[in-house]
Ligand binder design. Sequence first.
Ligand code: ZN
Ligand code: ZN
Ligand code: FE
Length: 764
Amino acid sequence: MGRNLVCRRIRINGIVQGVGFRPFVFQLASELGIKGEVSNTSRGVLIIAEADQEKIGAFVERLRSQAPPLARIVSLEIEKQKVDGYTSFRIAASSAEAGRATLISPDVCVCRDCLEEMRNPADRRFRYPFINCTNCGPRYTIIEDVPYDRPKTSMRHFTMCPRCQAEYDDPSDRRFHAQPNACPDCGPQVELLDARQAKVTAGDPVRAAAELLAQGQIVAIKGLGGFHLAVDAANDQAVSRLRRRKRREEKPFAVMAASLEKVAAFALYTEAEARLLESRQRPIVLLERRTPPVLAYQVAPRNRYLGVMLPYTPLHYLLLEERFPALVMTSANISQEPICIANQEAFERLAGIADYFLVHDRDIYLRCDDSVVHFCGGTARFLRRSRGYVPEPVFLRRKITPVLACGAELKNTVCLTKKDRAFVSQHIGDLENLAAENHFRKTIDHLRRILDVEPACLACDMHPDYLSTAYALSQDKLPVIRVQHHHAHIAACLAENKADGKVIGLAFDGTGYGPDGTVWGGEVLVADCKEFSRVAHLENFLLPGSAAAVRQPWRTALAILLQVYGKRALELDLPLLRQVDQGRLAVVAEMTRKRVNTPLTSSMGRLFDAVASLVGLRQEAAFEGQAAMELEMITDKENFGCYPFQWSRPQQGPWQVRIEPIITALVADIQEKVPAFVIGARFHATLIELFTRLCLELREKHHLDRVALSGGCFQNRILTEGLAAALTKAGFQVLTHSLVPANDGGISLGQAVAAASCLAENDI
Ligand code: ZN
Ligand code: ZN
Ligand code: FE
């Protein structure tokens, strides 16, 4: 040794902190006989390694190939350095260098080793609900700043006992520098309180809570990113009671089951779905339910699917132990408000809903809902991208100017970019009240802090009334770029697919601000990230009462009937005209005639609503898109042919997809008593065939052979799978979402890249 001794400075960037990376480096160095040191910096991990060339080569190779399970290496840079003559390898103290390029890990489900210890009566953490190690546990939701060290997390209030400290300090220990490390002697504690906030004196609060759940009580449970409301999913009465109290009469509840075997009793899953359920992100996966339903019908009324997840915290495992087929685990909020996180806040907001509260004294720094994923066309796609995935970035094609994009109004997320990475926030929710707005602001501040980015510009929607738009416009020091809603949808799809250049974009959703004063939503664009032109759209129809039409699909259906049949519409023999009160029909007909609070729209979502109303499926909706979703649920997947369709090609302006031929054929079907599942199938098939043909014609005209699909309507599996297959068959390359949701949760990403493209152009 000594003769060909070299020294290398190795900088590793990515998710390398709080994931056991330094102990891994330490052990690898010891094994190879490398001297030097490793330290955490706010730019990542820095290694000084001295050994001969060959060993260094082996060292670097194994750093890449054997990194710990949670680590994600984005870059590894090696520089030569003068030999210093280290005599050992050590883990040096963290330094707070300027610049904070380190990626924070998302929260990760409890690992197998920790579970084993928790179940071992001889272990000192037997049944301890906060057991964790460097391979598992909370990250994003407890961290306030970087670098990721205990004083910068919500664990700073808990001083480690000597035994925990010894584990924390020992490089060979699984808990070496595990920031949330704790035990029953020194860490957070759970307690069970009743509805009056009085402590329930029971031996083991978790056991007592499980007992109450078994008796049909509703228990609010403090988790990783917020509170859940839990109830025994097999208990009809208890689930119905929760539904009544939560004022969320219709939206499906998610359930949590102890294991895949338990899931198999009430839902069907494929191998890929099982892998996703068991992944360390532990999302809610939509699975086809067994028929007849095994769990309470009220868990997910009128739904073919059930949102299912496996336990992800030690507390969940303790609660579920063998006894329940599944627990309902639904975000503990009054509908539309973000998930509760502070204990006091939970007591206030959940008063009258929860019978008991299972709480603990570790703060949740940041709210983070469960992620929701479904399989569509063989690919896992997000309906909500949140816990387990955030704050992992979406990697972009190239480095862009730092942009803060404020998202849309419903299902809001924000996005902050840094170089070639776009950090899309967790699901913030519908920006319709103060609580949501606060959550929105806090998330922006938090992202800016942990990423240390000063945005050069803000991006927002064109809608003047969105809270997110108002926020962007109020930041007076920065330029604001307003991005049209459907352009943002398509740009998001391009960004996550790293696609460049122009495409045909089909942007189908419920609502988006159109620059022409109408409500857009059934849009065919020719677009790249920077600009778009609207080449075709659904023919406009009226939306009587605007927002009221979203809650009452019959209003749109009536307006469409009046548009197609004139006054005759009210004399047709249709379920809709029998199900809705005559007086109300007359009022809305009049409203439509006079155009009072009745905007024009080309919304695909509203067309789906109207069809659901026409076939008599649903006249009132408890949440946006419910009628459309139920139409998908009853639709048969067989081929029943399709309705006639056409589009007009005016000299000026976009092509118009006529709705009249579709509606007349569909109404004839209804009058001939064709079953709704057949009508649903024909309607879906019509759209698939229509837009495939339309894209073929656009291909001739614009010489584009790529089609991007985005917008909330592409949560509809029949539409997405059908259209993607038909377009592919027609020779198109089809771009779809799999990294961010197709719905408005993906808008912020699109806004960010669209704004950055405009800036790049202006710079030149
Ligand atoms: Zn662990
Ligand atoms: Zn301890
Ligand atoms: Fe949208």
